[in-house]
Design a protein around this ligand. Structure first.
Ligand code: NAP
Length: 491
């Protein structure tokens, strides 16, 4: 491993996390050797974790299959208690887990801590849902026979998660799978494996039986996911990541007719109407845009503002974003960390340059600072022409393009003019307009006068090219249950 600038405390935190694969309750080395984990604020390697081979992936599925029947029979209360105890552990260790997350992912420690607590809430929510799995008993409408329905775990699952929310995207799947009585193989993103490995250890320490949760980290995601998706014992694939990879996985999963949940990319519009509380809209915009440094599927990607207030909104937003402190996520007072890697930083720079070349005005930011790490300044662009690439592509960075609209119809049309349909934000004080616009928007979620929709008690998910399936809420556990119907002859 190369030398790093980690402090002794940071080094101890990284070293305390598991670095191996979790297969059948044992921590084991990977057949592929190791893969490097970088600190995106310095570009330095901070850890080497196991690189799983396709054989390791098969062994993980073997373990999930072997544990399946016993786990499905385990009393729901027991499954719930393991989740509840794990929730308590994650909360108790939130500071240490937040530092670990910041070191591998880059965002400020305060934001990592918010994610840890949000991630923990999925464990608590689904600990409560585990005991609410029910069925029904009905009289056949024509009399005589009876109709019994029961809900059973879907079977072994493959759960693939992205790097932007290294823990929460995992607990949103692992929580309901455990609650439902399903077993699983989890494959976190190679850039942020440490948070997931640390979670695996916590679940293990809280009594999760061997084989229920298996974790494989790998240099090549396709090499380990391919054999599992092709294996007839796998019953479900839940994926969070880009639309492009989601499509490819759907094609692979079609042979085995796998149950699928697809949480894919976004291109969220943020609409501000003339009657909105402008200061509240700016506060909401900061959350919707800057949470996770803009590296969120829910990030506001485009700001459509009513023409009479567009300049005022853009200027207020620029004043706030321009004052944000950029730096290493472990430093005090830092509000914006680095992007995940050079590719992402360069893509953000390219999208900004494209908009500026087409005539957009830079109100603040617009540069990648010199020095190590993958930083990009918080940026506000005004008067963004409609053919700018960043209005149709997911920016995944701290850039807010503002354009104006004249009418409500024009705003709705602009908002829906995308292949994506994850979330939209609407600011207005007119209740009839709020409902009319909410009904007209083609998205799975809407933030009405608020810039944050993520909530473990709510069904998170998209429509159109943002995917299908819902995570969280009472709906979240349905993704891991099959419905069986028994026709009963009585006479
Ligand atoms: P990504 O490149 O699609 O990767 C996501 C996961 O898929 C990672 O674990 C990755 O592994 C794996 N993967 C990549 N190529 C694969 C392949 N050919 N076969 C199997 N697995 C493969 O996405 P990302 O860049 O990490 O994440 C950003 C995207 O996720 C954005 O589009 C964002 O909108 C979306 N996202 C959506 C939601 C939602 O709930 N809708 C939430 C968060 C993020 P490696 O990293 O190891 O290559």
């Amino acid at each position: 491993m190369s030398t790093t600038t980690l402090s002794p405390h940071e080094r101890a935190t990284v070293d305390a996390a598991p670095h191996q694969l979790l297969i059948g309750g044992r921590w084991v080395d990977g057949g592929g050797g190791t893969l490097a984990v970088e600190d995106p604020s310095t570009g330095e390697t901070i850890a080497e974790v196991a690189d799983a081979s396709p054989d390791d992936a098969r062994a993980a599925l073997d373990a999930a299959v072997a544990a399946g029947a016993d786990w499905a029979r385990t009393p729901p209360r027991e499954r719930g208690e393991i989740l509840r105890a794990s929730f308590e552990s994650v909360v108790a260790r939130a500071d240490e887990l937040a530092l670990l997350m910041t070191l591998e992912m880059g965002k400020p420690v305060s934001e990592s801590k918010s994610e840890i607590l949000y991630a923990a809430e999925f464990l608590r929510w689904f600990s409560e849902e585990a005991v609410r799995i029910d069925g029904r008993y009905a009289v056949n409408p024509s009399g005589g026979s009876r109709l019994l329905t029961m809900r059973q775990p879907v079977g072994p699952c493959l759960l693939i998660t992205p790097w932007n929310f290294p823990l929460a995207m995992g607990t949103r799947k692992i929580g309901p799978a455990i609650a439902a009585g399903a077993t699983m193989v989890v494959k976190p993103a190679k850039q942020t494996p440490l948070s997931m490995l640390a979670l695996g250890k916590i679940l293990q320490e809280n009594g999760l039986p061997d084989g229920v949760l298996n974790i494989i980290t790998a240099e090549s995601a396709a090499d380990v996911s391919g054999p599992l998706i092709a294996d007839p014992r796998l019953r479900k694939l839940s994926f969070t990541g880009s639309t492009e990879v989601g499509r490819a996985l759907m094609r692979q999963a079609s042979d085995g007719l796998l149950r699928l949940s697809m949480e894919l990319g976004g291109n969220a519009p943020f609409l501000v109407f003339e009657d909105a509380d402008l200061d509240a809209a700016v506060e909401g915009a900061i959350v919707a845009k800057m949470r996770n440094g803009g590296e969120a599927c829910t990030a506001a990607n485009r700001f459509h503002v009513a023409a009479p207030v567009a300049d005022a909104f853009a200027e207020k937003l620029a004043a706030r974003l321009g004052a944000m402190k950029l730096g290493r996520g472990t430093e005090g007072g830092v509000e914006l960390g680095p992007l995940i890697d050079a590719t992402q930083r360069n893509k953000v720079a390219e999208l900004v340059d494209d908009a500026v070349d087409r005539g957009a005005r830079t109100l603040t930011g617009g540069h990648a600072p010199d020095g190590p790490g993958y930083f990009y300044e918080a940026t506000v662009l005004a008067g963004v022409p409609s053919d700018s690439r960043l209005l149709s592509e997911e920016i995944f960075g701290p850039v807010a393009p503002v354009s104006s609209f004249e009418t409500e119809e024009e705003a709705i049309q602009a908002a829906n003019a995308t292949e994506f349909g994850l979330v939209a934000y609407v600011y207005t004080r007119d209740i009839t307009r709020a409902l009319r616009v909410s009904e007209a928007l083609e998205t799975g979620m809407i933030g009405l006068n608020q810039g944050l929709v993520s909530n473990p008690a709510a069904p998170f998910g998209g429509v159109k090219q943002s995917g299908f399936g819902r995570e969280g809420g009472p709906e979240g556990i349905d993704e891991y249950l099959e419905t069986k119907y028994v026709a009963i002859k009585l006479d």
